[in-house]
Design a protein around this ligand. Structure first.
Ligand SMILES: C[S@@+](CC[C@H](N)C(=O)[O-])C[C@H]1O[C@@H](n2cnc3c(N)ncnc32)[C@H](O)[C@@H]1O
Length: 244
C-alpha cells in the first residue's frame, strides 16, 4: 500500500478513534451486529427505490428455475431484513440464512408485508458453512450486498454451488470496487479500514466478479452498474446470475 494512502487511512482512523479503541479491546463487534439491522430496516425502502429497476430486471427470470416438481425453492443467503421478498414470484418457498440473529424481528415484519412468499425457516449460519442445507436442495440462491462482508468469497461460492441442484442458479447484486484510476477508488481505499468495522465487516474494494469468473459455476453473466448514490462510497455494483 502506498505511504500516502496509509497516511490518509490513519487520518480517517483517528477521526473514528473511540471505535478503533473498542475494536482493540474486543468490545466493538456486538455493536454493529445490533445496530446494522436497525439501520438497514430504515434504509431498505430508499435503496429499493434507487435500485428497484435493477432488482426487477435481476429477478425477472427467477421463475425459469422452478424445479421438476414445479416449485421454486429460494435460499435467501445473508437475508438481512428480507429486502428482496417483494421481488420474488408468488408462491416461491424461501429459506433464509444469516449469521446475525438480530435480523429475526425485522425479517418477521417483511414476511408479514409479503405474504405471497412461503417462508420455510430462518437459519443462523454463515454462508461458508451451511450443513443444515442439503446438497442439491435449492433451485435458486440469492445474495444481495452480502459478499462484500465475506472474507472467504471462494468458500461461500463453493457452498452455494453445493446446495444448488444441477441447473439451479445463483443470483447476485453486490457493490464492488470503483475504477482504480478514479478519485472514488482513492476514497474507498482510505475509508476501507474504518468502514470495515463500522458496517460489520463490509469492504469497499472487492473485485467479486473475479471470484465468480473463477468459481465452479458453468456460466456467469453480469453487468456493472452505478447506483444513483452520489456520496455513497459503495456506489459501483455488479448484478447477474451464474448457473450450476
Ligand atoms: C448489507 S446486509 C444486506 C442484507 C440483505 N441481503 C439486503 O440486500 O438488504 C449484509 C448481510 O450479509 C450478512 N452476512 C455477513 N457475513 C455473512 C456470511 N459470511 N454469510 C452469510 N451472510 C453474511 C449480514 O449479516 C447481513 O445480513
Amino acid at each position: 500500500m502506498a505511504p500516502h494512502i496509509v497516511f490518509f487511512q490513519i487520518c480517517v482512523a483517528i477521526i473514528a478513534l473511540p471505535m478503533h479503541i473498542l475494536v482493540v479491546l474486543g468490545l466493538w463487534d456486538p455493536i454493529p451486529k445490533k445496530f446494522l439491522p436497525y439501520l438497514l430496516a430504515k434504509m431498505t425502502d430508499s435503496y429499493n427505490k434507487y435500485m428497484g429497476d435493477h432488482k426487477k430486471e435481476l429477478f425477472s427470470s427467477l421463475s425459469d428455475f422452478k424445479g421438476p416438481s414445479g416449485e421454486l425453492k429460494v435460499l435467501d443467503l445473508g437475508c438481512g431484513t428480507g429486502a428482496n421478498f417483494r421481488f420474488y414470484p408468488s408462491g416461491c418457498k424461501v429459506l433464509c440464512v444469516d449469521p446475525n440473529p438480530n435480523f429475526k424481528t425485522y425479517l418477521s415484519k417483511s414476511l408479514a408485508e409479503n405474504d405471497h412468499v412461503h417462508f420455510q425457516d430462518f437459519l443462523v449460519a454463515p454462508g461458508e458453512n451451511m450443513p443444515q442445507v442439503a446438497s442439491g436442495s435449492m433451485d435458486v440462491v440469492v445474495c444481495t450486498l452480502v459478499l462484500c462482508s465475506v472474507d472467504n468469497i471462494d468458500g461461500i461460492l463453493a457452498e452455494i454451488h453445493r446446495v444448488l441442484r444441477p441447473g439451479g442458479a445463483f443470483f447476485f447484486l453486490e457493490h464492488v470496487t470503483e475504477d482504480h484510476s478514479s478519485w472514488r477508488y482513492f476514497f474507498q481505499l482510505i475509508l476501507d479500514p474504518t468502514w470495515k468495522h463500522l458496517v460489520d465487516g463490509c469492504r469497499l474494494t472487492k473485485e467479486t466478479w473475479k471470484n465468480l469468473e473463477q468459481s465452479l459455476f458453468s456460466e456467469v453473466k453480469y453487468k456493472h452498474v452505478l447506483a444513483p448514490l452520489k456520496w455513497n462510497p459503495a456506489r459501483c455494483h455488479i448484478f447477474g446470475h451464474a448457473l450450476k
